[in-house]
Design a protein around this ligand. Structure first.
Ligand code: DON
Length: 569
């Protein structure tokens, strides 16, 4: 087990907890320590209706996995820009009997894909990997939910889909969040008639307060509720998907769909200051890269540096820089490339990287660069039930509304996950990630992800924190901050989720931070040390966390950045 290789002997955090720290001046949220409290079970997701769907399963006697399946399908209806059946994702679970599980339902490159399919005649990367039919990997979500249910579920499969079917058939009331995302992508959506017909009924985004119905999606979900995953990968839904591909120049075939399987993998188990961190292995880079960052910062007394101080940000960023350089070079689908996982996660390797950190001056990313340089939307939910089973799922169609293609007749949006592959080594993808050959496109291969559903186990062996977030590469650094905000700085879960975040991904060589997310004096000090520091206008992440209090009470915090909801009973 990787715990044996990762560091588990680091020093204990030096700060006393819990103190609610001051946020930097001007930060958008006031510090608060009032998470949702619940005794039995809890669902924290990006949408209140989806949380309610999961909670209903817990109250009906289902477990956390039943609730996850119900939440997942409901998100495909009420959070269509990210929740999905046309995408994929990863599930990490720690069951009450200490069974640890990691489910890979990541999309796969269609069998007809080629390494240079997104290059034009001059060798430049086109936008076909982001927009339209060619951008889609073979969806994994339905197979994933079915595999999770077959292994751990307790309620009848069909029951789990009923809330989603009702929400699609009878509709739900559109809120400002839905409209904001629809309006921001309306011009792209208009390019695809079936998508426009679904989301822009009279040619425009509907108004806030409109009851929004998706009858085609309701029929699709109903078929899945009756025939399971086979309904999606074979039969009329598969026919619709293939017909849609043929209409728009896509390459997903019946053979691709029929061959898709979700895969159980061994979760990565890291040791960090005496805690265990259970997280996702490849084809997500999340677990390895999170582990490398944690292993490096474990060589420093982060807690003593002061939360969001220049020293804290400097050390964390230097660790992120080094870990992302390795990510972008070594990581890819483990079924296709050899990943030196044990070496990357060994404490000896982390120590050697930590020893190259100068506490007073920024390193140069080029020193760590192994990829030759040529010049969103995701959702997460965290669930715990009365037995103590814990589930963390991050799932995506990549960009908001994925490829922007709705499958005509089946009413579901397809992902644009092909952009997560390396279209051309050294050329940045839509997240600015500069990746290498290990993540090149090959038929049947899974594209590298950053999704990092994570469960923290405390020193007494109790599940302590269930967490995750969307955000492309910032997923890894956001989960790192969720873990260290808790373990090193003792932040209460509500404060930790509301707190400002920073990010570094090796290239581009700069620290991003949210507006007013770092004090001016800290920014100045970081610049003095040689960092390029940039305030990025957009919000970073959408964390959904459950923390278990010392008294066993569940404390839930859904990120205020996009208006999700924790519900419990
Ligand atoms: O798998 C990945 O890493 C990306 N496709 C995730 C995209 C994402 O989080 C976009 N949402 N903000």
């Amino acid at each position: 087990m990787l715990l044996a290789l990762a560091s588990c002997t680091g020093s204990e955090p030096s700060t006393e907890r819990p103190l609610v720290p001051d946020f930097p001046p001007g930060w958008r949220y006031a510090p608060a320590a009032n998470p949702l409290r619940a005794v039995h079970g809890m669902v924290v997701s990006t949408d209140s209706l989806a949380s309610a769907a999961g909670l209903g399963m817990l109250q009906a006697g289902g477990n956390a996995v039943d609730a996850a399946v119900a939440t997942h399908f409901a998100l495909a209806v009420v959070n269509p820009e990210a929740g999905n059946i046309g995408g994929g994702g990863f599930l990490v679970a720690r069951m009450a009997d200490d069974t640890r599980a990691a489910l890979d339902f990541r999309e796969k490159a269609p069998l007809a894909s080629t390494a240079d399919m997104f290059l034009d005649a001059e060798g430049r990367v086109t936008d076909a990997g982001v927009l339209g039919h060619l951008a889609s990997g073979v969806p994994g979500s339905v197979a994933g939910m079915r595999a999770a249910w077959e292994r751990f579920g307790t309620l009848p499969w069909s029951d789990l889909l009923q809330p989603a079917i009702r929400l699609a058939r009878d509709g739900f009331v559109l809120g400002p969040r839905h409209l904001e995302s629809l309006e921001s992508r309306a011009d792209l959506i208009r390019q695809f008639p079936s998508t426009a017909a679904t989301f822009l009924p009279d040619g425009e985004a509907p108004e806030v307060g409109t009851v929004f119905r998706q009858p085609d999606l309701a029929r699709t979900l109903e078929a899945i509720s009756i025939d399971g995953a086979a309904a999606f990968y074979r039969g009329w839904i598969a026919d619709s998907t293939v017909a849609e591909m043929q209409r728009g120049g896509g390459i997903i075939t019946h053979e691709d769909l029929a061959a898709y399987e979700a895969v159980w993998r061994d979760p990565i188990v890291l040791g960090y200051r005496g805690y265990e961190i259970i997280t996702m292995p490849p084809p997500s880079s999340g677990g390895i890269t999170l582990g490398q960052i944690l292993n490096i910062v474990e060589d420093f007394d982060l807690g003593a540096m002061g939360w969001l101080s220049a020293d804290h940000v400097h050390v964390a960023v230097e660790a992120m820089r080094r870990a992302f350089a390795d990510r972008n070079y070594y990581l890819g689908d483990p079924d296709f490339v050899e990943i030196p996982m044990e070496r990357l996660l060994s404490q000896a390797y982390a120590d050697s990287l930590a020893s190259t950190i100068d506490l007073h001056s920024a390193s140069d990313s080029r020193v760590f660069n192994r990829v030759p340089e040529e010049s969103m939307q995701t959702t997460h939910y965290s669930i715990m039930d009365a037995e103590g089973n814990a589930v963390a799922v991050t799932t995506t169609i990549n960009s908001w509304f994925g490829s922007k293609v709705v499958v005509r007749g089946a009413g579901y949006l397809l992902n644009n996950e092909m952009d997560d592959f390396t279209s051309k080594p050294g050329v940045a993808n839509q997240f600015g990630l500069v990746q290498g050959e290990a993540n090149a496109i090959e038929p049947g291969k899974r594209m590298l992800s950053a999704m990092t559903p994570t469960i923290v186990v405390d020193r007494e062996g109790r599940t302590d924190l269930v967490t995750g977030t969307p955000g492309g590469p910032t997923i890894i650094t956001t989960v790192f901050q969720a873990v260290t905000n808790y373990i090193d700085f003792g932040l209460p879960v509500r404060t930790s989720v509301d707190a400002p975040r920073f990010h570094h991904q090796h290239l581009p060589d700069r620290i991003y931070y949210e507006p007013h997310g770092l004090a001016d004096s800290v920014v100045q000090e970081l610049r003095r040390r040689g960092h390029v520091v940039e305030e990025r206008g957009e919000m970073s992440g959408d964390v959904q966390s459950i923390q278990v209090g010392d008294d066993g009470v569940l404390l839930g915090a859904s990120d205020r950045r996009r208006g999700g909801r924790a519900l419990g009973y």
